[in-house]
Design a binder for this molecule. Structure first.
Ligand code: C5P
Length: 221
């Protein structure tokens, strides 16, 4: 557990801007940053590489317990799994889709819990995900639920993927995001929901800088 280390959690649906905002806040404060989605996505890649079926939960837990995962630093930190860079592989929406299927299982989530908590180190942590404020760091002092309209989130994700040279259709992407969000909200274990005491920020009509400022204001409140 975190002891006296300050934690800010940002939870919310896909494409709400959590990654950009969390990274900027962590940079500004000089705190560590946890991209929990990248851990879940890396597990999906590890499962595919190991040839384990997506409904073989024991097999998936086994892969989770064995995976050797490390993150680089910088704006687009490289992700290394078992000695190989997988940064591009975890970015695709197909990976997100598979990830949300395996992330619905309680044993799988349990296997990744400690890996996430290890990110909580001095002088502080900004944690981005779906259950950061509810399950992984319920003791966090600053909790945000960041959302935006479904159209806006699909547009942002579309732009993000385009910039990375990944070609997708906006309509297809919107559907995939909707399905992924529904699965994340309806699962029985650690569903996506607002944590007790979290502040709701709807970024639909806000600039990134305004969202960052609103989150940072929590520290002064
Ligand atoms: O945040 P990101 O889009 O990278 O997350 C990919 C998927 O990983 C989510 O749709 C969700 O199913 C799963 N996830 C989760 N809990 C987290 C972070 C991500 O279940 N804390």
């Amino acid at each position: 557990m975190s002891g006296n280390i300050p934690i800010m959690t940002l939870d919310g649906p896909a494409g709400a801007g959590k990654g950009t905002v969390s990274r900027a806040i962590a940079n500004k404060l000089g705190w560590h940053y946890l991209d929990s989605g990248a851990i879940y996505r890396s597990l999906a890649v590890a499962v595919l590489d190991a040839g384990v079926a997506l409904d073989d939960m024991d097999g998936i837990v086994n892969v989770a317990n064995k995976m050797d995962l490390s993150f680089g630093s910088g704006d687009t930190p490289s992700v290394m799994l078992n000695g190989k860079i997988i940064t591009d592989r975890i970015t695709t929406e197909t990976c997100g889709h598979i990830t949300s299927q395996i992330a619905a299982n309680g044993q799988v989530r349990q296997a990744l819990l400690q890996k996430q908590r290890e990110f909580c180190r001095s002088p502080g942590l900004v944690a981005d995900g779906r259950d950061m404020g509810t399950v992984v760091f319920p003791e966090a002092q600053y909790k945000v639920f960041l959302t935006a309209s479904a159209e806006e989130r699909a547009q942002r994700r579309f732009k993000q993927l385009k910039e990375k040279g990944i070609d997708v259709s906006l309509i297809g992407l919107a559907k995939e995001i909707e399905e992924r969000d529904r699965r994340d909200m309806e699962r029985s274990v650690a569903p996506l929901k607002m944590a007790d005491g979290a502040v709701l920020v709807d970024s639909s009509d806000m600039s990134i800088d305004d969202v960052i400022a609103q989150c940072l204001a929590l520290l002064e409140a």
